[in-house]
Design a protein around this ligand. Structure first.
Ligand code: C5P
Length: 246
């Protein structure tokens, strides 16, 4: 089985970031949250500690956003994309837009070779949210961050990517530049009253959706909650309530 269409998320925009390093933790969270979230995200911690074993576990519970952030020469990224698109359960994976148009296009083409119309969604990371204007200046990149992010999103779109990962502050500009239908996935989500932790630019679930996000990556507010299912349901309720009042 190849990638799973986004429709199978049942209109649930929550992508829960598992961020765990043992099979037991992953299994425990998936068991609880299966049916209450749209997708499960596996990031570097899980990928580098467990490899594809993490995917095998999660795929038995639902679809996976494989947050592998590929960035290498096109040939190498294409080879990795072919492998990822062939894993059972991967519904989404990502590449860095700063790897260039040829690299992004190679990834999409490789995923399509393997999965055809049901290939995983390929997202581009525009600019890491940890990169500040002074970092760009130090690199000699004479462009403002606010200009660069939508520009990278358009390059990703032109290269065939299905969407981008964007911080809430960039969502409106990315939506304006790329139009409807281009997927925007937003991390840094904190339901009202929950701890920001190390996230600097946060938004509530409804603020992010109102800005134009399609999917929300949410980790600790769900995974560290006393009851993760109650936390996920609370977020969905907040989204429903905000739809009614809009
Ligand atoms: O626990 P929390 O909700 O902060 O988790 C957010 C998840 O989204 C983490 O897996 C983190 O790596 C990821 N992420 C992020 N900011 C980005 C890109 C990804 O927080 N710009």
């Amino acid at each position: 089985m190849f990638g799973i269409s986004i429709e199978s998320m049942n209109n649930n925009p929550i992508i829960v970031a598992l961020d765990a390093s043992t099979p037991g933790e992953i299994e425990f969270l998936c068991e609880q949250l299966s049916g209450h979230v749209g997708m499960f995200k596996l990031g570097f911690e899980s990928i580098y500690s467990m490899g594809s074993a993490a995917l095998d576990i999660v795929a038995t519970f639902g679809n996976v956003f494989y947050d592998c952030k590929l960035h290498d020469i096109p040939n190498t990224v294409a080879a990795a994309s072919r492998q990822i698109a062939g894993y059972r359960g991967v519904g989404m994976f990502n590449v860095h837009a700063l790897g260039g148009s040829d690299m992004m296009r190679a990834s999409v083409e490789a995923a399509t070779e393997v999965g055809g119309d049901s290939r995983p969604i390929v997202l581009a990371v525009t600019l890491l949210t940890s990169v500040e204007q002074n970092d760009l200046d130090a690199m000699g990149l004479s462009i403002s961050k606010t200009e660069l992010v939508p520009r990278l999103a358009v390059l990703a779109q032109e290269a065939g990517c299905d969407g981008v990962v964007a911080a809430v502050e960039d969502v409106a500009a990315v939506r304006k530049a790329t139009g409807k239908g281009f997927k925007i996935v937003t991390p840094g989500i904190r339901p009202a009253g929950s701890a920001a932790g190390d996230q600097k630019r946060i938004a509530t679930p409804s603020q992010a959706m109102d800005a134009g996000s399609d999917y929300l990556v949410i980790g600790r507010p769900i995974t560290q909650a006393e009851d993760p299912v109650v936390a996920a349901k609370g977020i969905l309720r907040e989204l429903e309530d905000s739809k009614v009042s809009n």
